[in-house]
Design a protein. Structure first.
Length: 385
């Protein structure tokens, strides 16, 4: 389907996003992604998405990647959404940054000491917010990749578990570890990324570990909207009620969604599912729930699912552009290689003039120069003497 169909649905909240995005000159897709995360934070953490194949329910957690170059307005999109929407009269919580998988757990809770009736001291997990909801940001994908690549890092595993709402943390040997029980928190994760720097999110390791499949991609750029006139006045603030969730434990799948879940499961048994699409339908269901809440409803309607599918299709296109960017040579790396190659050729010429054999001259090269020398020898582009 055409992702742009979502903006023609005539939903007031989506029209407000388009208006404010044009006024601030940011991508409505990036702003929508931020608004959906904020919307999920306003749904009680106890509410789950329920389908026929998962009657126990799935937590409504989400991870997004906002893709765009410098100056694309990735951070502005979140501020714009936070200013535009109020949930039960309150703005969504600010984003928080972390440096590790353990840091994610620490955002949600801490260990508190207490005494029992016999004055014996105990430690227990205490949530920092009554809502158990937090939004976590990596402002630069390179930082995420660096954190994930450290020896012993639990970052990717923690992100994967947080998106699916599984148990996070655990008890240390002294019994003082923080544990977040399954489904006992609302995690909204977001990563800002430039296309050519997003390799850590889509490389073979990310696919194998299930990270890529859990990410919803959104564009912080929009060529078609770059020259739109700015509306003179801001969009009216959208006050999303929260009373619709009172007494609600589940938001139920529509028939078409149950059918898609079943098709996915059967495809999985046939080993006919790609690594990056393993969680696609569930991710779409979480998006649909967020859209329903923005409209003030605690039940899904077909239009919610249709709009969620448009967002999924948009994400597919963004991911494809990221892959194309990653396939292009890095200009900085290419410049560096050319400098090393020139220095290597100059060094060989100097050693040859001094009467050294090719083998002797080669042994005097630095490791980077030696690597390029070996490549050129194998390619037949460097003659020996």
């Amino acid at each position: 389907m055409d992702p742009e169909e979502i903006w023609a649905l005539g939903r007031p909240e989506l029209d407000a996003i388009q208006h404010e995005a044009a006024r601030r000159i940011v991508s409505p897709w990036a702003m929508l992604g931020m608004a959906l995360g904020q919307s999920l934070c306003a749904i009680p953490y106890t509410v789950r998405y329920r389908s026929d194949l998962m009657p126990e329910g799935t937590p409504l957690n989400l991870a997004t990647v906002i893709v765009g170059g410098p100056g694309a307005g990735k951070s502005t999109a979140d501020l714009a959404a936070q200013t535009l929407f109020a949930f039960g009269g309150e703005a969504a919580p600010d984003m928080e940054q972390v440096r590790s998988g353990e840091g994610i757990v620490g955002v949600f809770a801490y260990m508190e000491e207490h005494e029992d009736d016999d004055r014996r001291k105990h430690r227990r997990t205490r949530y920092r917010r009554a809502t158990h909801a937090h939004r976590i940001l990596w402002d630069e994908v390179r930082a995420f990749g660096a954190q994930a690549s450290r020896t012993g890092s639990t970052l990717v595993d923690t992100v994967n578990t947080a998106v699916t709402g599984g148990t996070l943390g655990g008890q240390a040997s002294k019994g003082d570890g923080i544990t977040l029980a399954r489904g006992d928190y609302r995690a909204i994760l977001s990563i800002n990324a430039q296309p050519a720097s997003a390799g850590a999110l889509v490389d073979g390791a990310a696919l194998d570990r299930g990270l890529t499949a859990r990410l919803q991609w959104l564009a912080a750029t929009s060529t078609a909207r770059a020259d739109l006139p700015r509306p003179p006045a801001p969009a009216a603030r959208v006050d999303v009620p929260t009373h619709q969730w009172e007494g609600v434990d589940y938001i139920d799948a529509l028939g078409v969604m149950n059918a898609q879940h079943e098709a996915d499961k059967r495809a999985g048994l046939r080993e006919d599912v790609t690594a990056e699409n393993a969680h696609r339908t569930t991710r779409g269901a979480v998006l649909a729930a967020a859209l329903a809440n923005l409209a003030g409803r605690a039940q899904l309607i077909p239009e919610d699912w249709h709009a969620a599918c448009a967002i999924l299709a948009h994400g597919d296109a963004v991911l494809e552009r990221v892959r194309e960017a990653l396939a292009q040579p890095d200009p900085a790396e290419e410049d560096k290689r050319q400098r090393v190659e020139r220095n290597m050729l100059d060094a060989l010429a100097k050693h040859r003039a001094a009467g050294l054999s090719f083998g002797e001259a080669r042994r005097k090269l630095s490791r980077p120069q030696g690597n390029i020398c070996t490549e050129m020898l194998h390619a037949g582009t460097l003659p020996k003497w």
